[in-house]
Write a protein that binds this ligand. Structure first.
Ligand SMILES: O=c1[nH]cnc2c1ncn2[C@H]1C[C@H](O)[C@@H](CO)O1
Length: 350
């Protein structure tokens, strides 16, 4: 029984669904079988984060701008997670990157259409809620600002406000930290507004970027969790502070190696330090389509290379539940389920 907090909806699409919509909409794809397509999209030897992010350009044109596709990827996502044994998931995406109207520039070289970022959120919500009903797990969503598109960020926070508690629980800042190290004022304003309105905050930081990006995420953006954060170890004082504050790190093992964020030897992975220090972290799949993985792959890597024990497995998932963005009452219910499944008597169930 698992809790997953860091996975991108647009990085977790079934290849069959991409092929279906590519064909239906007459949108060229780099392959016409699942194997062909995966050969172009997924990979097994480390690249850079920039190259990882370029993979989205192969298949997003088949999905973006299509109402049925957007609803369906959200629904199938919940089905996929239920099959993997996840009972609670927070899935993130950029509404703008799935739209083709009221978004500048229109992404993926699409022609202007009539699907707005607002309607994208509505459709994803429908897909997630239908999935929750049919597959009996809980799914919440996080809306992403993109580092290179500050002009979208204030709309992202407005969408978080509009759909707060209608699956949306938080705001994120994703994209390439190396290409755009600067945190534009628009991102800062969006996070300020999120805090003001009680919208939770997470932020990609220190994945490939330096500890200063993490510092800024904590001190300026007032983020509650850190997406990745591996490079925090390069600043021992900051690391100690975040340990003391029990800040949650959303760790994505396979992704961290295939994006070049961490070195190729899992036996030297920063998460070993996190484990030893009993840091507050979770294990997550991030972009399973591109990594050709499931959440199980990440747990297998942890067991095979990191001496990840059954006890650590339970601790990590309980920490994930505690650091989730659910309201307190639902968080308690989630924790009770985990304690029961893990045969634990909680000392302090809250
Ligand atoms: O690992 C990542 N780091 C930074 N940005 C990422 C990562 N995985 C996906 N993204 C970007 C690309 C997606 O289109 C966007 C929203 O899900 O977030």
């Amino acid at each position: 029984m698992l809790v997953e907090l860091h996975v991108h909806l647009d990085g977790a699409i079934k290849p069959e669904t991409i092929l279906y919509f590519g064909k239906k909409r007459g949108i060229p794809l780099p392959g016409d079988t699942v194997e062909d397509l995966l050969q172009h999209i997924s990979y097994t030897e480390p690249l850079t984060l920039t190259q990882f992010l370029e993979k989205f350009t192969f298949y997003m044109p088949a999905i973006a701008g299509d109402r049925d596709a957007v609803r369906r990827i959200a629904y199938e996502f919940v089905e996929m997670k239920a099959k993997e044994g996840v009972i609670y998931v927070e899935v993130r995406y950029s509404p703008h990157l799935l739209a083709n109207c009221k978004v500048h520039p229109v992404p993926w070289g699409q022609k202007e259409g009539d699907l707005t970022p607002d309607e994208v959120v509505h459709l994803v919500n429908q897909g997630l809620q239908d999935g929750e009903r049919d597959f009996n797990i809980k799914a919440r969503s996080i809306l992403c600002c993109m580092r290179h598109m500050p002009s979208w960020s204030l709309e992202v926070v407005e969408l978080c406000k509009k759909y707060q508690n209608n699956t949306v629980v938080a705001i994120d800042l994703a994209g390439d930290e190396l290409l755009v190290a600067e945190t534009f004022p628009e991102h800062r304003k969006a996070y300020e507004e999120a805090e003001r309105c009680g919208i939770h905050r997470t932020c990609h930081a220190g994945e490939v970027g330096s500890p200063s990006v993490i510092k800024e995420a904590i001190n300026v953006l007032k983020t509650e969790r850190i997406g990745h954060g591996y490079h925090v170890l390069e600043d021992p004082a900051l690391y100690k502070e975040l340990l003391n504050r029990k800040v949650h790190f959303e760790i994505c093992l396979l992704c961290s190696v295939l994006t070049g964020a961490c070195g190729p030897d899992f036996r030297k992975h920063p998460v070993i330090q996190f484990m030893n220090d009993k840091a507050n972290y979770s294990l997550n799949s991030d972009g399973p389509l591109i990594l050709n993985s499931t959440i199980e792959t990440d747990y297998k890597i942890a067991k095979q290379f990191l001496d990840f024990t059954e006890e650590e497995f339970k601790r990590v998932n309980i920490n994930a539940a505690k650091s989730s963005f659910l309201p307190e009452k639902e968080k308690k219910e989630l924790l009770s389920k985990l304690y029961e499944a893990y045969g634990m008597v909680p000392n302090n169930p809250s």
